[in-house]
Design a protein around this ligand. Structure first.
Ligand SMILES: Nc1ncnc2c1ncn2[C@@H]1O[C@H](COP(=O)(O)OP(=O)(O)OP(=O)(O)O)[C@@H](O)[C@H]1O
Length: 294
């Protein structure tokens, strides 16, 4: 399988923060959602992939080529959208569109016109007068319209109202109909990621705490309510990420639910009252925070 992104043992040290031992694989044609709290290292990871910063250790491969050696070639095929990208406030969106069209031969003017309408943007308006949401949409238009093979999107939906969020996610879903395109996008908003990602990576404190395909992720986590006595054996069960004891009920959250889970709980003297799937948000919070009461 071709890879859009491969990271092996990547590290980056700042004074008060470090990315450590980052291993990551994004197959071509897939969408990966990168979820993490403020300061987890999401932007740093995306900047490494864009070649804006260099790692202190490890290997970075983008679209089959090693960075930093192949930086120039890779950048042609990568679209990056983040707060790092400054648009010229004194110039119109049309000016920016013409500028990009001159540099990138893949510029698609029909698609640009379609996105202008869909995002309700006025191409003659100066960027300085755009609202935050309009600026985000303008940036995505400039990136999408040159058809890059890999999109690196740093919190593309943060700060958008629900309608703009819907427009952006819909445009992103269109981009993704082309199976050759790969996307890595970060968000605090787990609902956005749950909606469009094929795989999900949780990053916390500069390390990857989970990375797998969305279906198996959601399939393997469950919230189980039981009645009975909490014992040391229950705490030791594989996959148990959180236990709340509010007698007579015990709430367990497990990342390793399968056909054997309930019989094991019953054999430990618990009566299972309910088993529920968990939202990605709940899985994320449980993964990074855990929750164990005596
Ligand atoms: N150039 C830099 N010099 C020093 N520290 C930095 C630098 N860039 C990032 N950091 C630190 O690295 C940590 C991770 O920052 P990063 O921007 O990657 O987080 P993030 O997950 O994108 O957060 P947010 O969701 O708030 O954007 C932060 O503590 C930040 O202060």
């Amino acid at each position: 399988m071709n890879s859009a992104v491969v990271l092996k043992g990547v590290s980056k040290q700042y004074d008060d923060f470090a990315l450590r031992g980052i291993d990551l694989h994004l197959p071509s044609g897939q969408v990966m959602g990168l979820v993490g709290v403020n300061g987890a290292g999401k932007s740093t990871l995306l900047r490494l992939l864009m070649g804006l910063i260099r790692p202190d250790g490890g290997e970075v491969e983008v679209l089959g080529q090693r960075l930093p050696q192949a930086q120039v070639a890779v950048k042609r095929d990568v679209g990056y959208a983040s707060d790092d990208m400054r648009l010229y406030r004194g110039q119109s969106l049309r000016w920016h569109m013409d500028f990009i069209a001159r540099i990138y031969p893949g510029w698609d003017e029909n698609y640009a016109q379609d996105l202008l309408k869909r995002f309700n943007l006025k191409s003659q308006q100066k960027l300085g007068g755009f609202s935050h949401g309009q600026r985000v949409k303008a940036l995505l238009l400039l990136v999408f319209t040159r058809h890059p093979r890999l999109l690196l999107l740093d919190e593309p939906t943060t700060g958008l109202d629900p309608i703009a969020r819907g427009e952006v996610l819909e445009a992103l879903a269109d981009v993704l109909r082309d199976e050759q395109r790969s996307v890595l996008f970060s968000s605090h908003n787990t609902a956005d990621i749950e909606q469009i990602a094929d795989s999900i990576t949780f990053i916390h404190g500069g390390g990857i705490v989970a990375s797998r395909d969305k279906e198996s992720f959601l399939d393997s986590w469950r919230r189980i309510l039981c009645q009975g006595q909490l014992s040391a054996e229950i705490r030791q069960l594989p996959g148990v990420a959180s236990i709340r004891n509010s007698a007579p009920l015990i709430e367990l959250k497990t990342s390793a639910f399968d056909a054997g889970t309930l019989p094991v709980l019953q054999s430990l003297g618990l009566t299972v009252k309910s088993v529920e799937p968990m939202s990605l948000e709940d899985i994320f919070v449980t993964t990074v925070r855990g929750d164990n009461t005596p």
